[in-house]
Design a protein around this ligand. Structure first.
Ligand SMILES: Cc1cc2nc3c(=O)[nH]c(=O)nc-3n(C[C@H](O)[C@H](O)[C@H](O)COP(=O)(O)OP(=O)(O)OC[C@H]3O[C@@H](n4cnc5c(N)ncnc54)[C@H](O)[C@@H]3O)c2cc1C
Length: 385
């Protein structure tokens, strides 16, 4: 693998950095405080073509792949981690999955609208009683001839109250486990849907998260993505893409933590010299630096493998699992390094710690990723593209 970025990739990275600094940074504090998902930021991201990574140009894609997408997500997450979610909700969730599994008509209708931001996307698997055990989901769509009758609940859904169209995974055969799941390209304007924003979150405060309830919702059959009862495979394929978005988010946040810690260690003096001169502080900084660097290799390598179409499920899980460990550790050390100021909202250490914890749970918990990595390493499961 060539570790040097091309000139085009560096320009893209700089562009994403400027965008994050100029358009997102000024709103971070206010949006965290008000738990506000800011539509203007979303619209500007769409305008810049940020929702077109890995999407065929004939559907509005930007002609760039996973590695370029990762570079952009990293810069955005570095400034405000909540906004890393938008990439998964638009391009690596709905658009890419429709591009892989949809009919030509579905591709032409939906993908350009997710890319342009006209459709605000989402994907929903998790339920109140079902998380890691995706095949155990209970939300049920019964075949009624002309339509499906949908009843049940989805929980913790990102963009849950703002999404107008998104992927919805439900059971169409309640006794068939993984083989009874179908993916719908859900239209959230259909009658019978109730959406409740969840305000009691620990972090990701500027990202919209909701519980969605379906009560006798009549879902037109044309909203089935691809083939009925093939949803589990679609879900696993989708997660292998969106997990990389998560890893790139962890990389961005770990970069923000490192930068803030280095600055503070140079500025803060005790016993007559900057605290960065003390070996114990240097150990914290060295660990953060190594962790960040190691994570970048894992994330870029996983993206590169994806772009080449090579097996990458294990590498994607390694980047996700290591990313969670690294960023939670770094955020914890950062708060210690800042002393009492770390415990004050005057500095971002609290947000860093709150936002770091998401990476241990979303898109598969750390236990799940440990199992994926171990099973591939032990040869119990093949490493797939
Ligand atoms: C802010 C936020 C946004 C989210 N966005 C979305 C979204 O957009 N769409 C969506 O569908 N979901 C979303 N989720 C849900 C998230 O993906 C799930 O919470 C996650 O998959 C874990 O499920 P769970 O919380 O039910 O935990 P559980 O599956 O109940 O797990 C609880 C604990 O048990 C462990 N565990 C479970 N099974 C095993 C096992 N076999 N072996 C060892 N340990 C095990 C887990 O690792 C975990 O530590 C979001 C969650 C949050 C917090």
């Amino acid at each position: 693998m060539d570790f040097a970025l091309t000139e085009e990739q560096k320009i893209l990275q700089d562009m994403a950095k400027s965008f994050a600094e100029n358009e997102i940074k000024p709103h971070v504090e206010e949006d965290e405080k008000n738990q506000h998902w800011r539509k203007e930021i979303f619209d500007k991201m769409a305008e810049l073509g940020f929702f077109g990574f890995c999407i065929d140009e004939k559907y509005g894609g930007n002609g760039m792949g996973f590695l370029e997408g990762v570079l952009v997500i990293e810069q955005i997450a570095k400034v405000h981690t909540s906004w890393r979610m938008a990439f998964n909700m638009q391009c690596w969730g709905p658009s890419l999955t429709i591009q892989k599994f949809g009919t030509e008509e579905q591709k032409q209708h939906y993908i350009p609208k997710f890319v342009s931001g006209e459709y605000i996307g989402s994907f929903a698997m998790t339920e109140t009683d079902v998380g890691s055990d995706v095949a155990g989901m209970k939300c049920l769509a019964e075949d009624k001839g002309d339509y499906y009758l949908l009843n049940g609940n989805k929980m913790w859904i990102t963009n849950g109250t703002v999404s107008n169209h998104g992927l919805l995974y439900v059971k169409t055969n309640k006794d068939a486990g993984a083989k009874g799941i179908t993916c719908f390209i859900m239209d959230y304007s259909l009658p019978g849907i109730t959406r409740k924003k969840l305000h009691e979150k620990v972090g990701l405060l500027a990202s919209d998260t909701a519980e969605i309830t379906f009560e006798d919702v009549k879902v037109p059959k044309k909203l089935v993505l691809g083939t009925v009862n093939q949803g589990f495979q679609m879900c696993m394929t989708q997660l292998n893409a969106t997990r990389l978005g998560c890893s790139a988010g962890a990389l961005g946040l770990s970069g923000a933590i490192l930068e803030a810690s280095v600055k503070y260690a140079n500025e803060r003096s005790q016993f007559g010299q900057p605290i960065g001169k003390y070996q114990l502080i240097q150990q914290q900084i060295a660990e953060m630096k190594m962790g960040h660097e190691a994570l970048s290799y894992l994330v870029y390598k996983a993206a590169w493998l994806k772009d080449k179409g090579l097996p990458n499920v294990m590498e994607t899980s390694m980047s996700k699992l290591y990313g969670a460990k690294e960023v939670v550790h770094a955020a914890n050390e950062c708060m210690k390094l800042f002393g009492s100021f770390g415990y004050s909202e005057e500095y971002p250490c609290g947000r860093f710690l709150r936002d770091s914890k998401q990476f241990e749970t979303l898109e598969g918990t750390s236990n799940m990723h440990t199992m994926i990595v171990a099973n591939a390493a032990l040869g119990f499961a093949p490493n797939r593209a």
